[in-house]
Design a protein around this ligand. Structure first.
Ligand code: MN
Length: 224
């Protein structure tokens, strides 16, 4: 009997491992935690509708090749051209959407809960001239990204920081990341991220973003 139970348990486990789909992670704070800079209605729609849709559509795209559910998103996106041709676009857009939003929620925190440490200030100053100049350059990347996309602060293995922007749901993985950089901060500049509160004023949204950056997490990623 005991042996039978163990066999059944192992079978159930393997079934789960093969079919376990990507999931929508809960927000690390309440919907209203970033008020007044990012309003609670925007957060609710952004997470529960947009982010959830990326997760559902990614799972749908992988339905015919369920063994791919076991791969990490960086793995899938870094090797997009090795996927079946008919799902490459869907995985690029939705897999990118899942990964980018998972990251975006984590690099924000309620206003006033973290600040730029002396060490991070020094690092930003070394790379951009000052913290203000860094912010200015990052905002510029956010504003000049035509249409929808993301602004990023990325770190090279040698510690050099750089600001880039990507269209749609692209990120370092989809770009091939030959320099082995790591994203340590990002801003979603899709209209769904700000339109309810800021309408067409993307610049005001990008400025407000500084109040809710989780600087502790940015620094942790930089030093990781
Ligand atoms: Mn978004």
């Amino acid at each position: 009997m005991r042996q039978v139970l163990i066999t059944i348990a192992l079978w159930l486990t393997s079934l789960f491992l093969v079919t376990a789909q990507y999931v929508l992670p809960a927000l690390p704070y309440n919907y209203n935690a970033l008020e007044p800079y990012i309003d609670s209605t925007t957060m609710r729609i952004h997470h529960d509708v947009h982010h959830a849709a990326y997760v559902n559509n990614l799972n749908k795209a992988l339905e015919k090749t369920p063994e791919l559910y076991k791969k990490s998103l960086p793995e899938l996106l870094s090797n997009i051209d090795q996927l079946p041709a008919d799902i490459q676009v869907a995985v690029r857009n939705n897999g990118g959407g899942v990964l980018n939003h998972n990251f975006f929620w984590k690099i924000m925190a309620p206003a006033g809960t973290t600040n730029i440490s002396a060490a991070l200030d020094k690092k930003l100053t070394e790379n951009f001239g000052s913290v203000d100049k860094f912010k200015e350059a990052f905002e510029k990347a956010a504003l000049t990204r035509f249409g929808s996309g993301w602004a990023w602060l990325v770190a090279s293995p040698n510690g050099k920081l750089e600001i880039i922007s990507t269209p749609n749901q692209d990120n370092l993985y989809i770009l091939g990341n030959k320099q082995n950089q790591k994203a340590i901060l990002t801003l979603d500049v899709w209209e769904h991220a700000y339109y309810l509160k800021y309408q067409s004023k993307r610049a005001a949204y990008a400025k407000a973003f500084w109040s809710v950056v989780n600087w502790k997490e940015v620094e942790r990623l930089l030093n990781e």
